[in-house]
Design a protein around this ligand. Structure first.
Ligand code: DSN
Length: 419
């Protein structure tokens, strides 16, 4: 029983995975928080460390037999410190939300005020949304983008901070296409005596690649996921100043998590090694160049982009004048093999189930080595589909074009780890 392969044990699940593989190979993955992890990362994430309990930290575990787990976790920590120049790193958070939860648990008391970006302007659920733990146990106050510029105005953030006197300021977003200057955020935090946390889940790869300002020197704590632009396994990490190290570690374990996912931590170490290698910086720079080219093409085609463009890996396309809402647009594009997500735009008048926008991004298609000419082609395909929402023939034609593009930029050709 122990040696049978998946297709023998569970042909039904093997077929599902085959289907998902085909989908990832034959579609344009343009959700900006998604990517293709490498074969080495996938191998490690599927490894035997899934069998091991290792509560605690390297050298101080609650279980015996952890020598190789200690080595794997220490390697991940050491590589993350080297890549980001961080004083302390915790690689155990299972997800970005749990990383954020651990930071609040470490730095705030119940009912404390923190200041963060409104989710309807591009923030994240775990930044104080009322349905989330962060909105229930603490007192979140929100900033957003200005109506005219659709950018964050730090003077406005300072005004709000002066009034609400937050214990913690959270800077970071899931749908903000512009640069965040963490040095300026530090100045705001210092003026009101607040701690500063950056949630850079989306832009961590860009930071590692030197194409986005670095939060590490300026923030007390930095949280991130590992599977987006960093291109690692699904998970998260916390980087912090030495003075918060003990509090953060205790908040992750035993505060909000118990057994760490050692197979995922091992895969984080592998992804961090890849990020330290030659080529990663170029990859990140190309993500940004591709996003700029795609944005330029969509604007030339008459689409309004929130804030007039992008500085990073994603853009928000406002469809208010196009006769389709975000959900309809995402569905039409999916029929053509272009996968995006609907997204609220700032000051949206539609509910989150519909949204007025979509949020295309370039990390995954850049992993496939697509470049500026392909971005122009993709921009034109998006435009054709969305300008003719009633025309199924156009969607079918674009589907064929997408298939051909995917054939020319293949991915996961030699991966058959479950067969
Ligand atoms: N769900 C992620 C995103 O798509 O941005 C954030 O957690």
């Amino acid at each position: 029983m122990m040696n049978r392969i998946l297709s023998e044990v569970d042909p039904q699940m093997a077929a599902i995975l085959e289907g998902e593989m085909k989908r990832q190979q034959t579609c344009l993955v343009m959700i900006p928080s998604e990517n293709y992890a490498s074969k080495a990362v996938l191998q490690t994430q599927g490894c035997i460390m899934t069998n091991k309990y290792a509560e605690g930290y390297p050298g101080a575990r609650y279980y015996n037999g952890c020598q190789f787990n200690d080595m794997a976790e220490s390697l991940a920590i050491e590589r993350a410190k080297r890549l980001f120049g961080a004083e302390h790193v915790n690689v155990q958070p299972h997800t970005g939300s749990q990383a954020n939860m651990a930071v609040y648990y470490a730095l705030l008391n119940d009912g404390d005020t923190f200041l963060a970006m409104d989710v309807s302007h591009g923030g994240h659920l775990s930044h104080g949304r009322k349905q989330n733990f962060s909105g229930r146990y603490y007192n979140p106050v929100f900033y957003g983008v200005e109506k005219d510029t659709e950018r964050i105005d730090l003077n406005h953030v300072l005004d709000i901070a002066m009034k609400c006197k937050p214990k913690l300021i959270v800077v970071g977003a899931s749908a903000y296409p512009r640069i965040l200057d963490f040095k300026e955020w530090r100045e705001v935090a210092d003026k009101v005596g607040a701690l500063l946390m950056a949630d850079v889940a989306h832009i961590i790869g860009l930071i590692a690649g030197g194409v986005h300002p670095d939060p590490v020197p300026y923030c007390d704590v930095v949280t991130t996921t590992t599977h987006k632009t960093l291109r690692g396994p699904r998970g998260a990490m916390i980087l912090c100043k030495k003075e918060f190290a003990e509090k953060i570690d205790k908040a992750v374990f035993p505060g909000v998590q118990a057994g760490p996912l050692m197979h995922v931590i091992a895969a984080k170490a592998v992804a961090l090694k890849e990020a330290l290698e030659y080529g990663f910086r170029e990859y990140q720079a190309q993500i940004v160049k591709n996003a700029k080219k795609l944005a330029e093409c969509l604007m030339k085609e008459g689409f309004r982009l929130v804030s007039g463009g992008t500085d990073n890996h994603l853009m928000l396309v406002d469809l208010s004048d196009k006769g389709v809402n975000g959900q309809e647009a995402a569905d039409l594009l999916e029929e053509s093999g272009i996968i995006v997500n609907k997204n609220l735009i700032p000051y949206d008048t539609k509910p989150p189930t519909q949204c007025s926008g979509i949020r295309p991004g370039t990390p995954a298609i850049t992993t496939r080595e697509m470049r500026e000419p392909e971005m122009e082609q993709i921009g034109m395909m998006i435009s054709r589909v969305l300008k003719h929402p009633k025309n199924a023939k156009i969607r079918a034609e674009v589907r064929q074009e997408v298939m051909e593009l995917c054939r020319n930029f293949p991915i996961y050709q030699d991966i058959d780890i479950w067969r």
